[in-house]
Design a protein around this ligand. Structure first.
Ligand SMILES: Cc1cc2nc3c(=O)[nH]c(=O)nc-3n(C[C@H](O)[C@H](O)[C@H](O)COP(=O)(O)O)c2cc1C
Length: 353
């Protein structure tokens, strides 16, 4: 390893114009303007979670971040959101540095972003998705290994990172299971240009998550963290709680009824019309081999997550989490988190000599 003090200044820092190669990922309800501002002012790069917002809220949030920081940040959204085209135009109008997204990327919108100089940074959980993302024009790819929070694949981070690095030529960022400087150094040594963290940023004093829910994350052990596809039809890593146990026991009919009820709440919350809701479900069905009940669950999973992450009712909602929550037992500010991570990373470089 090079002892060069610039070791921590990677291509990611140049591309995103940030001080450190650390990304705060988008987490629905969690990656709010305050979390983003706290991250970018501390030298990282933050993504605003716009997939659970109406366009007017996204616009307001962007303005709020710009008012509180001169640093760059990104916006995360789904191409299958009914207002996706308006979000694409808003991001371009506001000259946002980067967008992140997951499933079902839209080729035409990616071309629009690239023409406007907005960096496209998809997250993938498998090599074939990375190849597809690169073909569609990704500028940077975030790989999320199976240890990661929220939707997650089957391949562990180290393995996936190695496979994707061998397969694509764009810079790759590692996500899934990171919390400290040792992890950062290990990812850089393996060839990543940086790390992205969700759970660790969610477990900070800058997180908007209510104390009642954060205390569950602080208490959780690794064997209380599970992966289920019963929640929204896709592999989702979550804390096993009363709600998850209930849906795991539920029949398909009961799940469908639950999904329908939640769809109505989601529709009102995000300003969908019934037509939008149906279109959104169909768009997901077209892109993913989901069953109808699962597609409906997927469309409205934000409502269930909202219960825990916004309303502070941890037993009634879903709590997405990375496995790393089982190892985190303190809340730091984003600034202290990033500073300690960089300090640890530098110490670990120096200790090698
Ligand atoms: C509470 C929580 C909510 C999340 N919500 C989203 C989301 O809305 N959209 C998304 O693309 N990823 C979401 N994720 C995944 C993260 O963006 C990130 O990829 C993942 O947390 C990385 O793994 P780590 O938690 O081990 O750091 C979420 C993760 C967590 C922990």
């Amino acid at each position: 390893m090079s002892k060069d003090p610039d070791f921590l200044h990677t291509k990611l820092c140049d591309l995103l114009s940030c001080k450190y190669p650390i990304i705060q990922t988008a987490m629905g309800w969690v990656s709010t303007p305050h979390l983003v501002v706290s991250t970018i002012n501390a030298g990282g790069f933050g993504f605003l979670a716009a997939a659970v917002m109406q366009v007017s809220q996204i616009e307001q949030s962007i303005k709020q971040i710009k008012k509180q920081s001169n640093h760059n940040f990104g916006v995360n959204f789904h191409f299958f959101q009914p207002d996706a085209q308006k979000i694409v135009d808003l991001v371009i109008k506001e000259e946002i540095k980067a967008v992140s997204y997951g499933r079902s990327p839209d080729k035409e919108s990616i071309r629009k972003f690239k023409d406007a100089g907005v960096l496209c940074i998809p997250t993938v959980g498998a090599v074939n998705h990375a190849l597809k993302a690169e073909e569609l024009g990704a500028d940077i790819i975030v790989i999320q290994g199976s240890e990661g929070g929220g939707h997650t694949g089957k391949i562990p981070t180290d393995e996936l990172l190695e496979e994707v690095l061998e397969s694509v030529s764009v810079p790759v960022v590692a996500a899934g299971g990171f919390k400290d400087g040792k992890g950062l150094i290990s990812a850089l040594e393996r060839g990543a240009v940086g790390i992205a963290m969700g759970t660790r940023f969610m477990m900070t004093t800058d997180s908007p998550v209510p104390e009642s829910t954060l205390s569950k994350y602080l208490e959780v052990t690794k064997n209380q963290i599970t992966v289920t596809d019963k929640f929204d039809g896709l592999s989702h890593r979550l804390i096993r709680n009363k709600f998850i146990e209930e849906i795991e026991r539920s029949s398909a009919t009961r799940l469908l009824l639950m999904a329908l009820k939640n769809s109505l709440r989601y529709k009102n919350m995000i300003g969908f019309s019934y037509l939008d809701l149906i279109k959104s479900g169909f768009s997901l069905l077209k892109q993913d081999p989901l069953k109808p009940a699962q597609a409906l669950m997927a469309v409205n999973s934000p409502v269930i997550i909202q219960k825990a992450m916004v309303e502070g009712l941890p037993d009634e909602g879903a709590m997405p989490t990375g496995l790393i929550a089982g190892e985190i037992n303190n809340l730091l500010s984003c600034k202290d988190l990033i500073n300690s991570l960089i300090e640890d990373a530098l110490n670990s470089i120096n200790n090698d000599f």
